[in-house]
Design a protein around this ligand. Structure first.
Ligand code: ZN
Length: 153
């Protein structure tokens, strides 16, 4: 299962900015990147290997609900974004959205987590903090690792 998400400090700052721009409406974005197996035995390939989601890019999406309590990404926009990402040989490793309440999945979020079994990263504009979750029978908080800011020339 996915046990950690790695994201750069710059990407977290970008997500924070997007969240503040949309406030009080929920902001949303796709997290583009790759999964890698960690601390698993290399000669045994099974489903029990732990995985890390590495975020390499953020694709800002429009909240079609335009709501302060929920978010929804238009299905056509979602399909287009998934196609773009797969054309770069990357995957959607996570889904980001903001809450004006605490950074914990709502009942609606849990429903969509079943359909999208990736990392769910939430930023709370109330506590100014991030938290990442997966759904594994129940909601499990996973570790969030931040890498240093990388300046791109
Ligand atoms: Zn939510």
């Amino acid at each position: 299962m996915i046990i950690t998400i790695s994201i750069s400090q710059q990407h977290l700052l970008d997500l924070e900015r997007i969240s503040n721009e949309c406030y009080p409406t929920e902001a949303c974005a796709l997290l583009e990147g790759t999964f890698k197996t960690i601390n698993g035995s290399s000669d045994v390939v099974d489903d029990s290997n732990d995985e890390q989601a590495d975020v390499l890019a953020i694709i800002r999406m429009r909240n079609a609900d335009d709501s302060i309590y929920s978010f929804r990404i238009d299905s056509n926009e979602l399909i287009n974004a998934y196609q773009e990402i797969s054309s770069r040989n990357k995957e959607v490793v996570g889904i980001f959205h903001s809450h004006s309440s605490r950074a914990y999945p709502s009942l609606t979020d849990k429903k969509y987590m079943e359909l999208n079994p990736v990392v769910w990263l939430i930023y709370s504009t109330l506590s100014h903090s991030f938290a990442a979750f997966i759904l594994e029978d129940k909601v499990v908080q996973i570790s969030l690792e931040t890498s240093a800011i990388q300046y791109q020339p």
